[in-house]
Design a protein around this ligand. Structure first.
Ligand code: ADP
Ligand code: ASP
Ligand code: MG
Length: 458
């Protein structure tokens, strides 16, 4: 069996849904299809939730707009006599949504639990429509309710999938008698039964979980571009799709900002060695990118580039760092106790400073907790008070070929120098397939283009 995932733009037009139906008609194997919310709907739901919490009342208009968008889509896609109660199902969801939004408005507070239940409606509604369409056009179709099957647990304040429970549920609930089964992406529930999600972009991950649990032969991710490109095609005009990359390369790229694949997707398929192909719903004839254990060795040691914006840099410094053991340990323990995800660490050879890149959202919490932990040393003057510098980006250069190619960092430095980009710090991942550079956010697009043109030949 195979698992096919269709992203928001891929389920938002009549043409692409018809494409999905014909892709499925041409597939001999059993298929699970995982769909995202209609394009932009998750953003609209988030917006409505935030407005309600702030005491603004136009969340009601947003909810009405979302309802209309789904009703219009049903009218375009499904003939009246085959719609049955589909519009009613959507309106019932919208009524439930409005009740939750009203509660948020009344309380003036958006809790994590409230947020999860609000953003879950997008996938519930889109998948209800796709399910009805496929049942009408492709024959009897199964439905797996991911909101009851995918189980998460809270670890360090974040929802993580409980994979053993989830896999058991999938195996138990999947009925192979259906050739096609629809399963919504993104949505899940906590161990104590409340709505949760797998994080923004999480439908890719949902699809990987179904694929791994059922030992699928292939995971297909259908999106709005023809594969994983040498860099984000929206930022680098000369970028082009890669034929074949390894799981490790895909993981590095997605971890460092290539949103074409949601990073947690890779682990379940890597463990089961299930290949993944990224395809373009608007150009199904394009070959796309094949991701498996092996990479393709090309002339380019660096295969692809990605950037993460909204990065803060924290410089932890002071004479107390020199030759003293245990300081770095305390620093990292403090950050980990406060659930702060470290993206890059570099230490100058003088040992006088450690530079850490984190997400800007975490900057305040990070500096406060560090300054509290080192209060005594700061008072004595052996450690400097830590401040965060916002407005940075991280640019990652990724490729399995990098470990055997000396001089890449030097070449990158000189190219960036010529391009007038100032490098704040540089770090090599222990895997040796990623070199990351910290630069000013305003330099990111320029740097991306400069490095892309220096290192890639088609
Ligand atoms: P979907 O809604 O189908 O999940 P996403 O918007 O999450 O689609 O991901 C596709 C987008 O990822 C592309 O439109 C592209 O702008 C962006 N992207 C970022 N980096 C890359 C890359 N290296 N290759 C291809 N697309 C990329
Ligand atoms: N709809 C969700 C989002 O926009 C999940 C997804 O599209 O993968 O983040
Ligand atoms: Mg996505």
């Amino acid at each position: 069996m195979k698992v096919l995932k269709f992203g928001g733009t891929s389920v938002s037009s009549v043409e692409t849904v018809q494409n999905i139906s014909s892709i499925l008609k041409n597939t001999k194997e059993n298929t699970i299809i995982v769909c995202s919310a209609l394009s932009k709907v998750t953003n609209m739901l988030t917006d409505a939730a935030e407005k309600a919490a702030k005491g603004e009342t136009d969340y009601i208009e947003i909810a009405n707009e979302i309802e209309k968008r789904h009703h219009d889509f049903i009218d375009q896609l499904i003939e009246k006599d085959k719609q049955e109660n589909l519009k009613e199902i959507i309106s019932n969801h919208i009524n439930d949504l409005k009740k939750i939004l009203d509660a948020v408005h009344f309380l003036g507070e958006l809790t994590t639990r409230g947020y999860y239940s609000i953003v879950s409606f997008g996938e519930k509604m889109s998948n209800a429509i796709i399910y009805r369409y496929l049942s009408n056009n492709n024959g009897s179709t199964g439905y797996l309710d991911s909101s009851q099957i995918i189980i998460t647990k809270t670890i360090n304040g974040k929802e993580q999938v409980n994979r053993s429970k989830t896999y058991l549920n999938i195996v138990e609930k999947y009925n192979p008698q259906y050739k096609i089964t629809v399963a919504p992406g993104f949505i899940s529930k906590s161990e104590n039964g409340y709505a949760t999600t797998l994080g923004r972009g999480g439908s890719d991950y949902t699809a990987a979980l179904y694929a791994a649990a059922l030992d699928a032969s292939l995971l297909e991710i259908w999106t709005d571009v023809s594969g994983i490109y040498t860099a984000d095609p929206r930022k680098v005009k000369n970028s082009y799709p890669l034929n074949k990359i390894s799981y490790r390369e895909a993981l590095e790229l997605s971890n460092f900002g290539a949103k074409v694949i949601y990073a947690p997707t890779i682990l379940p398929i890597l463990e089961k060695e299930i290949p993944m192909v990224i395809k373009n719903t608007f150009k199904p004839e394009d070959p796309g990118t094949y991701v498996s254990k092996e990479t393709e060795h090309t002339e380019n040691a660096i295969k692809a580039f990605s950037t993460m914006d909204n990065i803060a840099v924290i410089t932890f410094s002071g004479t107390g760092l020199v030759g003293t053991t245990g300081i770095a340990g305390r620093l990292f323990t403090t950050l980990s106790n406060n659930n702060i995800n470290i993206i890059i660490i570099t230490q100058a050879s003088s040992e006088q400073s450690i530079c850490i890149a984190i997400e800007s959202n975490d900057a305040e919490k990070a500096t406060q907790s560090i300054n509290k932990e080192f209060e005594y040393e700061i008072k004595r003057g052996t450690i400097n008070e830590t401040k965060a510098d916002l407005q940075f980006s991280v640019l990652a250069m990724v490729g399995e070929g990098m470990k055997n190619a000396p001089g890449l960092a030097g070449k990158a430095f000189s190219a960036l120098g010529k391009g007038n980009v100032n490098i704040h710090a540089i770090a090599q991942g222990s895997s040796e397939l990623n070199v990351s550079i910290i630069i000013k956010k305003t330099d990111a697009i320029n740097a991306l283009n400069v490095l892309h043109d220096t290192f890639t030949q088609k």
